[in-house]
Design a protein around this ligand. Structure first.
Ligand code: HPA
Length: 275
C-alpha cells in the first residue's frame, strides 16, 4: 500500500488525470444530502474502487463515488458516501479523501452527517451546524502533526469557520427555516448509545452525537482548510423517558433536512471565500 504520503500522491495524480479543473470546494455528503449530489452539474463521477489505494469494495450501503463538477458557480469535488471507522477502515484510509482533496487545492470543505440529537430542543429533521466537538475517537483521530509538515501538534482541531456559521445562520433566518449550532460528540460506534451514555453526553455539553466527521475535520484543519460541518438530526435521545416512545410519527429526517442542507451549502459556496 505504501505510506500515507505515497497514497495521497497516487490518488491525487489519478484524480487530476481524470478531471482537469482544480476544485476550490470539497464536499463530504453524508446521509440525507442526496439533493446536493443531484444539484452538482457533474463533469465526471469516479467510483472509489477506481482510485488508487481506495478500498476495492465498499461496505457502504449507498453509492461510493466522487462527483466532480460545478455547484453554485464553483468547481467542486464531492464525496458521495464516506469511509467510517466502524466499518473497519483505519483512520488514514478513512481520511485519505480529505488529504487528496487538499492536495487537489480545495480551500473550503463542507461536511454533512446524520446524528442523534442529545439537546432536547432539537427535533428530527433539524440541521445543526457544528461549532465545536467532543472527540471520543481520540485514539483513532489522526495523530496531530502526522499530517502536516512541521510535525508539531496543532493548537486546535475544532476549526469550524465562524464566518461560515454566521453566514449560514443569517441565510436560514432570511429563508425562513430553523437552523441551530452546537457541539458534536464523535463515537467509534457501530452501536448507538445506551441511555446512560446519552445522559452523560448531554451533561458534558454535547448537542448531537454521531460516528464520523471529527477525523475529517482534524485532517482538514491540519491543511488550514475552512470547514463547515452540519448534522442532520435523525433521532432525538430521551434517556429519561420510562418507555421507548411508541406510536410516534415516523418522520423522514432526510426529507425535511435535505432541502435545507442544499440551500445552506449552495449559499455558502456562492459567498467569496475571503482569501
Ligand atoms: N448515535 C450515534 N450515531 C448516530 C445516532 C445516534 O443516536 N443517530 C444517527 N447517528
Amino acid at each position: 500500500m505504501g505510506d500515507l504520503k505515497t497514497q495521497i500522491q497516487d490518488a491525487h495524480r489519478f484524480l487530476a488525470g481524470r478531471w482537469e479543473p482544480p476544485p476550490s470546494v470539497g464536499i463530504i455528503l453524508g446521509t440525507g444530502s442526496g439533493q446536493i449530489a443531484d444539484s452538482i452539474k457533474a463533469d465526471v463521477k469516479i467510483p472509489y474502487p477506481e482510485v488508487p489505494h481506495f478500498p476495492a469494495s465498499t461496505a457502504m450501503g449507498h453509492k461510493g463515488q466522487f462527483v466532480c463538477g460545478t455547484l453554485a458557480g464553483a468547481s467542486v469535488i464531492a464525496m458521495q458516501g464516506r469511509f467510517h471507522l466502524y466499518e473497519g477502515y483505519d483512520v488514514d484510509l478513512a481520511t485519505l479523501p480529505v488529504h487528496v482533496m487538499a492536495a487537489l487545492g480545495v480551500s473550503r470543505l463542507f461536511i454533512s452527517n446524520a446524528a442523534g440529537g442529545v439537546n432536547p430542543n432539537w427535533c428530527v429533521g433539524d440541521v445543526m451546524l457544528i461549532n465545536s466537538h467532543l472527540d471520543f475517537m481520540y485514539r483513532a483521530t489522526p495523530a496531530l502533526g502526522q499530517c502536516n509538515a512541521s510535525g508539531r501538534p496543532q493548537r486546535r482541531t475544532d476549526r469550524y469557520d465562524s464566518e461560515l456559521i454566521t453566514g449560514a445562520l443569517r441565510h436560514a433566518r432570511q429563508s425562513g427555516f430553523p437552523l441551530y449550532q452546537g457541539v458534536y460528540a464523535s463515537m467509534l460506534g457501530p452501536n448507538y448509545e445506551t441511555r446512560a451514555e446519552y445522559r452523560y453526553l448531554k451533561r458534558i455539553g454535547a448537542d448531537a452525537v454521531g460516528m464520523s466527521t471529527v477525523p475529517e475535520v482534524a485532517v482538514a484543519a491540519s491543511y488550514g482548510l475552512k470547514v463547515m460541518a452540519m448534522s442532520i438530526i435523525t433521532n432525538v435521545a430521551k434517556p429519561d423517558m420510562l418507555n421507548e416512545t411508541s406510536g410516534e410519527e415516523v418522520v423522514d429526517a432526510a426529507a425535511i433536512a435535505a432541502p435545507r442542507l442544499k440551500s445552506i451549502v449552495e449559499n455558502a459556496i456562492g459567498q467569496p471565500d475571503g482569501r
